[in-house]
Design a protein around this ligand. Structure first.
Ligand code: ARG
Length: 455
């Protein structure tokens, strides 16, 4: 492609370090779409002859089919996807192929292709995340009344419903989708026409190519257009946070399905056996989702480090932008699909969750609140009194609801029989009626709202 200035070809190691075709072939559809938009604009502006433009577009369509059908031979000596496609175009249509690269550089070309690719990826991911939210919401609906221990520090804290717990993840995923939407909105400007870095002397119509490719507008500055990759970092940052959320849910699934908890059973489709221990059902998918967070967060760090300190405008360093993004996207798509399947297929075990609420004095806060509400104690004193009562229950090896009234009155004589009304976990849960709280009626209304907001 630049033989005019060179006597010798590249060394073998040079070719290997320089070539990106092994990974950037993933950009072929976007590259062809962008080339067609550019070509049509060149024709409309009278920059290249109409017949050449028609031949170019037809040739590009042929190439798209060849690649889609696996009939295309990618050549490493042609470095990247852009030159592989252009070389093939020349084979197909001859000299006219050489006019496609008028008023364009691989710098604005690759920046455009990659923006289109990240945009497509965000759109597909958004759909997948919606499906994950739907699975979580459906399970939440089934379990709007199912009580379980809510924990802080992983220690028993207050009873909650399983539905409420699952809806927490619906909110997190909702913000992940919103972060991805923000990234999409910011990336949706078109680099084409920036050429190598300075713009072009041809009378291009940048608004036309931008519109043809679904961008909101051309990028304002040609040097910025070819040299920033913050759009990819936006995506990776959102991806890393999303992966972190998935890993937390994955960890909870791992805990919940161990017999010590027994809160859920994962389906056969999402568990594995052991080659030596016949009784085993291992939550491998959840563990792998938990683990894959590392490479997604690492992808962000990788690209951030590539970009740090690079002078304007384009530098070949930027070719290293693609692999972390491709890997993070692929990993995330798989993790979201597996998580959605696991959530859809899992069965909860309300009896085990209910039994677990009997340990840990989950209604201690309710007792303290009762002392405040009914006896008028300041909360700090109520807290102290309740602590002493919990100590007695612990000594007797019983739950607060089973502690005889006399034991409570030994600590605070004004306590009456009526206190037992607040000591059951069902009552405790039902009383948390504040907006966003765990009362089953609140959970049901949150489910209705979540369907409106997210599905
Ligand atoms: N394969 C290159 C990349 O991904 C395309 C741009 C090459 N530009 C250049 N000036 N060598 O960055």
């Amino acid at each position: 492609m630049w033989g005019g200035r060179f006597d010798l070809g590249p060394a073998e190691a040079m070719q290997r370090i320089n070539a990106s075709i092994d990974f950037d072939r993933r950009l072929y559809a976007q590259d062809i779409a962008a080339s067609k938009a550019h070509c049509n604009m060149l024709v409309a502006q009278g920059i290249i002859p109409r017949e050449d433009g028609a031949a170019i577009c037809e040739g590009l369509d042929t190439i798209a089919r060849e690649i889609a059908e696996g009939r295309f031979t990618f050549r490493r000596d042609l470095e990247d996807i852009h030159m592989n496609i252009e070389a093939r175009l020349r084979e197909l249509i001859g000299e006219a192929a050489g006019r496609l690269h008028t008023a364009r550089s691989r710098n604005d070309q690759v920046a455009t292709d990659f923006r289109l690719w990240v945009r497509d990826t965000i759109d597909a991911l958004d759909e997948a995340l919606r499906a994950l939210q739907a699975a979580l919401i459906d399970q939440a609906e089934t379990h709007a009344d199912t009580v379980m221990p809510g924990t802080t520090h992983l220690q028993p804290a207050q009873p909650v419903t399983f539905g409420h717990h699952l809806l927490a993840y619906v909110e997190m995923i909702g913000r992940d989708r919103s972060r991805l939407r923000d990234a999409r909105a910011r990336l949706n400007e078109c680099p084409l026409g920036a050429a190598a870095l300075a713009g072009t002397s041809f009378p291009v119509d940048r608004a036309a190519t931008a519109a043809a490719l679904g961008f909101d507008r051309p990028m304002a500055n040609s040097m910025d257009a070819v040299s920033d990759r913050d759009f990819a970092l936006d995506f990776l940052a959102a991806a890393a946070i999303l992966a972190m959320h998935l890993s937390r849910l994955a960890e909870e699934l791992v805990l919940w399905c161990t017999p010590a908890y027994g809160f859920i059973t994962l389906s056969d489709a999402y568990t594995t056996g052991s080659s030596i221990m016949p009784q085993k059902r291992n939550p491998d998918a959840a563990e792998l989702i938990r683990a894959k967070t590392g490479r997604i967060a690492g992808a962000f760090q990788t690209l951030l480090t590539v970009m740090k300190g690079l002078p304007l405008a384009y530098g070949k360093d930027m070719q290293e932008d693609k692999e972390p993004v491709f890997d993070a996207a692929e990993t995330l798509n798989l993790a979201v699909a597996a998580m959605t399947g696991m959530i859809r297929d899992m069965t909860a075990n309300p009896a085990a969750m209910r039994a677990a609420t009997e340990a840990g004095f989950l209604t201690a806060t309710d007792l303290a609140d009762w002392l405040v509400r009914v006896l008028g104690l300041p909360f700090r004193d109520a807290h102290h009194v309740t602590g002493a009562i919990v100590r007695r229950a612990e000594a007797r090896g019983c739950d607060l609801a089973e502690l005889p009234l006399a034991e409570m009155q030994a600590v605070e004589p004004r306590i009456t029989e009526a206190v037992y009304e607040v000591l059951s976990v069902e009552r405790a849960v039902a009383s948390r009626t504040s907006a966003g709280g765990t009362a089953p009626d609140q959970v049901r209304s949150a489910i209705a709202q979540a369907r409106e907001r997210f599905l």
